[in-house]
Design a protein around this ligand. Structure first.
Ligand code: ATP
Ligand code: MG
Ligand code: MG
Ligand code: MG
Length: 433
């Protein structure tokens, strides 16, 4: 019978059989009689054992000469192995080197973070990025599943745009023939047009913000999922948001056991975050709660990281802070009919210091009000006239929100810095690789 070529992750199905696997060498140790090869193939990590007495002299010599990140096919029998966390290993019979590797820069010794991110194109191959970015992939796949199940269609918003709905201070500008263009901060306004055409839509794409302050939570290029729902008020939107977040966590628990183990993420703690509903606390009450706990905050300020962390930890769960002051939120958010100083909005804050995961609101539907807000903010009617059309032709109550994918990744994986949550992070001081 011919030898099957498999992936490491499937080794459990081949115990006692001889198989062939395409791998890279992570590390190697051994003696004159035996070589232990730490191998990876992108699906999992395991060990290949080369015993001098059981292989040809050439194969043992090859094993001894292997360098970190050499690529090869290994052939051998799969055994159960209780000592390794993976549970299986290979008794290697044959090695066929494919690509040599010399002087690989990321050695088993400790390296500084800046160095690792200078070498990100190689660092991707290592344990932590492997686990984190596979979880990111689950979140992306689960997002499509969730919104497909809920009857949404994905609407692609442009990335080159003339509008700046989240404020003009953090824009990346670029020339667009004879015009000024910006890299999109959000797909929001386009999603609203989509909702009026398709009922329920979500955009999913990169967002660009020239964040000047250096924080653990801000990238200059990040990915955002922005659902927008026609005929939906804020209460129903909050229910959708919490079901979505719980669904994402459940899918990671279901599909990424290996990755959560690598990252040493507490699974029971994660599971506790899937119990709904999430608490809802008004901005007014949040301010009081903060003041009662010695925070120096006044009504009207936006929360910083210490306030967000305190609030979510106080409830040991993701928590919705609702009805923010109008003055600190985007122009399109719906005014509270009872109070002119607040808008029908909510931020979802994650516990353990992962910050704002979601920002959302009901949208104002009043043509004249929105027009005056746009003018007030010094935005041009040339760029926003089309948006106001949505209030002219069959406007309906509608709501939406934006979830930052990388914030969600850090929350689920337990990574403390957002640069870990994206393959090639873009930050103030980092444009390569
Ligand atoms: P923050 O208060 O953390 O700066 P924001 O209120 O400016 O966030 P929104 O405009 O509400 O952000 O964007 C929606 C979501 O996008 C946020 O809840 C967050 O998850 C994510 N997000 C915003 N800015 C960034 C960024 N610079 N890097 C990564 N994710 C971001
Ligand atoms: Mg911000
Ligand atoms: Mg915010
Ligand atoms: Mg926000």
């Amino acid at each position: 019978a011919s030898i099957p070529t498999i992936k490491i992750i499937d080794a459990k199905n081949y115990v006692g059989q001889t198989v062939k696997i395409g791998v890279w060498l992570r590390q190697k140790r051994g003696s004159g009689k035996i070589a232990f090869l730490q191998l990876r193939d992108g699906t999992a990590f395991f060990q290949g054992v080369v015993v001098k007495a059981n292989v040809s002299p050439e194969v043992f010599e090859t094993a001894k000469e292997l360098k970190q990140e050499t690529s090869m096919y290994v052939t051998g029998e799969i055994h159960a192995d209780d000592r390794s966390s993976f549970g299986y290993e290979m008794a290697v019979q044959d090695i066929q080197v494919i690509g040599e590797s010399h002087d690989y820069p990321i050695t088993p010794k400790e390296h500084g973070t800046e160095f690792l991110f200078d070498e990100r194109h190689l660092y991707l191959r290592h344990l932590k990025p492997f686990a984190t970015l596979r979880i990111r992939n689950t979140l992306i796949a689960a997002t499509y599943e969730f919104f497909n199940n809920e009857g949404f269609i994905k609407l692609d918003a442009p990335l080159l745009t003339g509008s700046a709905p989240e404020g003009t201070t953090d824009l990346f500008e670029t020339d667009y023939f004879d015009h000024q263009a910006y890299l999109s901060q959000t797909g929001q306004l386009y999603a609203e047009a989509g909702a009026m055409a398709f009922g329920k839509v979500f955009t999913f794409g990169p967002a660009f913000r020239a964040e000047k302050s250096k924080t653990r939570r801000h990238l200059t290029e990040f990915w955002m999922i922005e659902p927008e729902m026609a005929f939906m008020h804020q209460d129903e939107s909050l229910e959708l948001q919490e079901r979505y977040v719980a669904f994402l966590i459940e899918k990671v628990l279901e599909r990424n056991d290996q990755e959560l183990d690598i990252l040493k993420r507490d699974k029971e703690l994660l599971r506790s975050y899937t119990k709904l509903p999430f608490p809802r606390v008004s901005y007014d009450d949040a301010i009081k709660l903060l003041q009662d706990n010695d925070f120096d905050v006044k009504w009207g300020v936006d929360f910083g990281s210490p306030e967000e962390t305190f609030l979510a930890n106080h409830f040991s769960k993701p928590v919705f802070i609702t009805n923010f002051p109008k003055a600190i939120k985007a122009f399109y958010m719906k005014r509270d009919p009872k109070r002119d100083d607040i808008v029908i909005s909510a931020d979802l804050l994650a516990p353990e210091g992962y910050g704002e995961i979601i920002g959302g609101s009901e949208r104002d539907t009043d043509y004249d009000y929105l027009k005056s807000r746009i003018e007030e903010q010094g935005l041009s009617m040339d760029d926003y006239g089309w948006y106001l059309d949505l209030r002219k032709y069959g406007s309906v109550p509608h709501s939406g929100f934006g979830l930052g994918l990388e914030r969600m990744v850090t929350f689920v994986t337990g990574e403390d810095h957002i640069r870990e949550a994206i393959p090639f992070p873009r930050m103030t001081h980092r444009l390569r690789p």
